[in-house]
Design a protein around this ligand. Structure first.
Ligand code: C2E
Ligand code: CA
Ligand code: CA
Length: 649
């Protein structure tokens, strides 16, 4: 189209140039012929013999010149007198003028016109070629981005290129925005991820530093989410997380805490840090109670039922709050401190929030230190077992030994199980440690059993983590068969709170173990608030009443009554009742009167090494052992109690 129009322009230009040359030559020629020295030959024509019609075309082109026609030739009339016309043939005039007068000038003129036109045209062609190449390249790019190609007929090359570049730059902008969004966004919930959140915190903290303002960070960890995942599957768990994110978004909006990213629109004050951990950031904390209000609102919202299809799920949350600059001054430290506070909320009972205090930090460091030390201790056999006898109140014969783990730390000395067992449980290291404990306890008991203590059992504490992760029946039976201990010589202690949380599978496994002959005890009874009806249905043989009740029973009538009813209940359900933590002869007397069959406590004995047990039990009264399969354990260090026990006996 463009080439065609240029051709027309050039043609018209050419025709105009020819016309101008002709006009110039003719005018000049006519003027010269009037001159008396003119060398142009004129002819005399008879005016009556002229044929005027053929000259009309020329006359209309050059109206200021008089043309005449005679014979086959066209003449230009110079002069007319009577019937005579003096004229010059057009051909002669043009030859004279073009050749000898105007031609060089005209030639130069034509050259000056044509050369730039030619150069321009050549350049234009080259440019056009480049634009065509560029267009084909942009076409490729456009189709790579799945964008519509521009239409050929309506646009010229350059406009098309312009159009393509515009579409491309829009696409690049869009792509950049999308990539930025997907890089910094948690894929599942659409919330800001940890990375984006931390860089947002960095900006906010430096701003707060300048303006001297306080800020707060909430670290939210879901309670019971793992169980949801385990019971209903991961895609179900994912749905719960999406709903949690939605509820948190609403909370952020309702408390006017929102701070959206100007480009990608992501909420920057809310993040999914990973797994079931979320965080809310409050900038400009004028009133510290705002953080508490938000935390309470989060707890309330997360505790609301989650409805997925026809299933209703209940979870909770534990929240840690850290305040800038009181708790920490860098984003990472702030997050860590809130995490520490969250951990405290978990250990203080879950479903609550805690505000960070420095004392929590040192606990956390201790936790991580001990975690590493437990790992090392497992590798270097730093754990040992001690054994505490549980005796019958009526004859002080040994009913069983409770096996209690001991840790002799190379630097710190003895570290108590109340400190390290919860850490081992939290980190699942209890699985490895528990395997060793069960094996070692069974091995020891097997030796005592073979030495004649055939009616004594060894009792091993089993934690909730083991119940969840071990195939109880096979694990226990395999261990017993490895050391050759009959099942009737083993007892497992499971705390009341673990029983409450135990799955149907666990209960079934425990029942299977009971069928094999293993005794099951419910430990720390009275502290887990299980309903008495459930107790009747649990696969247990022994109730161990927590030390708390024994401690209080002599002074506090309420506890006395509870102790009494537990003892009664045990009798009704045909369960053996053991009183834990009996330290004095009075306590011993009290529980004996209540009909409790067995006692455990420092009054009888502290936990002993296996060597001491061997010395005390196996080197005395062997005949008694042979006859009864057990022995008597009398307190050695307390003469008064000893006398009392003797009198009981
Ligand atoms: P527990 O199962 O209730 O064990 C009884 C605890 O009471 C033992 O503490 C024992 O030494 C202590 N005790 C016994 N009689 C008395 C007494 O008259 N007075 C006082 N004040 N304390 C008495 P220990 O050995 O420190 O163990 C504490 C807890 O650690 C245990 O409580 C148990 O929950 C856990 N634990 C100990 N060993 C193991 C183990 O091998 N595996 C597991 N999973 N947990 C263990
Ligand atoms: Ca126990
Ligand atoms: Ca206990």
């Amino acid at each position: 189209m463009k080439i065609f129009s240029r051709f027309v322009v050039v043609t018209i230009g050419f025709i105009v140039a020819i016309y101008l040359i002709l006009a110039l030559s003719l005018t000049q020629g006519v003027a010269l012929s009037h001159h008396k020295d003119s060398q142009i030959n004129q002819v005399i024509l008879d005016a009556n013999k002229l044929e005027p019609q053929n000259a009309t075309v020329m006359s209309s082109l050059f109206s200021y010149i008089d043309f005449v026609n005679s014979g086959d030739k066209i003449y230009i009339q110079v002069e007319k007198t009577d019937n005579k016309i003096s004229a010059i043939p057009v051909k002669t005039l043009l030859t004279e003028m073009l050749l000898f007068s105007n031609f060089p000038l005209l030639f130069l003129l034509t050259l000056t016109l044509i050369i730039p036109l030619f150069v321009f045209n050549k350049k234009q062609k080259r440019l056009n070629k480049s634009i065509t190449i560029l267009n084909s390249k942009t076409d490729n790019l456009l189709s790579a981005f799945n964008l519509d190609l521009p239409k050929y007929e309506t646009e010229n090359n350059l406009a098309r290129l312009n159009h393509s570049i515009n579409s491309l730059s829009e696409a690049v902008e869009r792509y950049k925005r999308d990539t930025e969004t997907s890089i910094f966004q948690d894929k599942l919930t659409g919330l800001a991820d940890r990375h984006a959140y931390l860089s947002h915190l960095k900006e906010q903290l430096s701003h707060a530093e300048k303006t001297d303002k306080k800020q707060a960070l909430l670290f939210i960890d879901l309670d019971g989410f793992k169980q949801v995942n385990d019971s209903f599957g991961h895609s179900f768990g994912d749905e719960v997380l999406i709903q949690v994110a939605e509820r948190l978004r609403t909370i952020v909006r309702n408390h006017s805490l929102s701070c959206q990213h100007p480009i990608n629109g992501i909420e920057q004050n809310l993040s999914r840090l990973g797994g079931d951990e979320f965080s809310i950031f409050i900038n400009d904390l004028i009133d510290p109670s705002l953080a508490v209000n938000v935390a309470q609102n989060v707890l309330h919202e997360i505790e609301r039922d989650f409805v997925l299809g026809n299933k209703v799920v209940k979870i909770g949350a534990s929240i840690g709050i850290a305040i800038y600059p009181d708790s920490a001054s860098s984003p990472f430290a702030l997050l860590q401190m809130a995490d520490v506070a969250m951990y405290r909320a978990k250990t203080d009972g879950r479903g609550i929030f805690r505000v960070y205090s420095p004392e929590m930090g040192s606990k956390m460091r201790r936790y991580h230190y001990l975690l590493e030390e437990i790992r090392l201790a497992l590798g270097s056999n730093n754990f040992t077992l001690s054994f505490q006898p549980i005796v019958h109140v009526d004859d002080c014969s040994i009913d069983y030994f409770e096996c209690l783990v001991r840790w002799h730390h190379p630097v710190e000395g003895t570290i108590t199980p109340t400190e390290f067992i919860p850490i081992a449980e939290e980190s699942n290291l209890i699985l490895e440690l528990g395997d060793w404990i069960l094996f070692e306890a069974s091995r020891q008991m097997s030796a005592w059993y073979n030495a004649g203590m055939t009616r004594v059992r060894i009792s091993v504490n089993i934690s909730g983590v083991q119940l969840k992760h071990r195939d109880l029946h096979d694990w226990v039976m395999d261990t017993l068969s490895k050391v050759g201990l009959p099942p009737k010589a083993l007892m497992l202690e499971i705390t009341e709170s673990c029983f409450i949380e135990a799955s149907k599978n666990t209960i079934e496994s425990l029942q299977k173990l009971r069928n094999e002959g293993i005794t099951i005890a419910i430990d720390d009874f009275g502290t887990g608030f299980s309903s008495l009806c459930t107790l009747a249905e649990l696969p247990v043989d022994v109730i161990k009443i927590d030390k708390l009740f024994i401690d209080q029973a002599n002074d506090n009538p309420k506890y006395n009554k509870i102790l009494h009813s537990i003892s009664e209940l045990g009798h009704q359900l045909n369960l053996k009742v053991v009183a834990e933590g009996v330290e004095s002869a009075e306590q011993f007397e009290l529980v004996r009167k209540m009909g409790i069959q067995c006692v455990q406590g420092y009054l009888v004995s502290k936990p002993e090494t296996s060597n001491n047990v061997g010395t005390k039990v196996l080197r005395t009264n062997l005949n008694h052992i042979a006859a009864t399969g057990t022995n008597i354990w009398l307190p050695e260090n307390e003469p008064a109690a000893r006398t009392k026990l003797h009198s009981v006996k």
